[in-house]
Design a protein around this ligand. Structure first.
Ligand SMILES: CC(C)(COP(=O)(O)OP(=O)(O)OC[C@H]1O[C@@H](n2cnc3c(N)ncnc32)[C@H](O)[C@@H]1OP(=O)(O)O)[C@@H](O)C(=O)NCCC(=O)NCCS
Length: 176
């Protein structure tokens, strides 16, 4: 955690200078996506990949953000009740997030997630929530610990309302 405190980490837009070949989260589809697809997704405006770079240049993790929309019928009734009656609710998709397995347990996953949420809440483009599709039970637990809530009929798809994310960063700014 020392590096987190000392500010020796950088989160950067994925570029050709980043070594993607040696990245290894242990989840094959996430590794393959990062090696093969992430650059193309960025070029074609399908997703924005960001990487966590350690002081020595090692890529310790990545995440992607893109726009999405979720059918109004998928949201919990108590949330929809308070919204205008649009068929689609705009949201921000945290499509993928992974930490290199040699670097797990050091707070980097949480740091990447916080950066993604901050980027999402800082956008001027309206978005009701940040959405994630958890790949497995581990991922679901990770997101639930970070205050994500499951969609009623899709326990592996989770959301965090943008209003809550804004509150999170507001109280963080006050604490500092
Ligand atoms: C899940 C993942 C991103 C966590 O990254 P990490 O850097 O190890 O996590 P952190 O060190 O930031 O831990 C943050 C918190 O989540 C908890 N956590 C970490 N991995 C967890 C898991 N698999 N299940 C439940 N909780 C987990 C930690 O205990 C910590 O909580 P604490 O501080 O209260 O103890 C990482 O293990 C990973 O990349 N896994 C493979 C890919 C994946 O599942 N991605 C997620 C969704 S697609």
């Amino acid at each position: 955690m020392g590096e987190l405190a000392e500010g020796a980490l950088r989160i950067e837009v994925l570029g050709p200078q980043h070594d993607r070949a040696s990245f290894e989260s242990g989840v094959e589809p996430l590794d393959r996506y990062f090696r093969v697809q992430a650059g193309q997704d960025a070029r074609k405006n399908m997703a924005a990949p960001f990487v966590l770079v350690l002081a020595d240049g090692f890529v310790a993790g990545y995440y992607t953000l893109s726009s999405t929309a979720v059918n109004v019928g998928e949201w919990p009734a108590q949330i929809v009740r308070k919204l205008p009656r649009y068929p689609l609710i705009p949201a921000t998709l945290l499509g993928r997030l992974a930490v290199d397995r040699r670097q797990e347990g050091r707070g980097y996953g949480r740091y990447l997630l916080a950066d993604a949420l901050f980027r999402a809440v800082s956008s001027e483009i309206a978005s009701f929530a940040v959405i994630v599709d958890a790949k497995d039970e581990n991922a679901r637990r990770f997101y639930e610990r970070e205050s994500f809530l499951p969609f009623p009929d899709r326990p592996m798809k989770l959301f965090q309302p943008m209003a809550d994310i804004a509150d999170l960063f507001k109280s963080y700014a006050v604490e500092r």
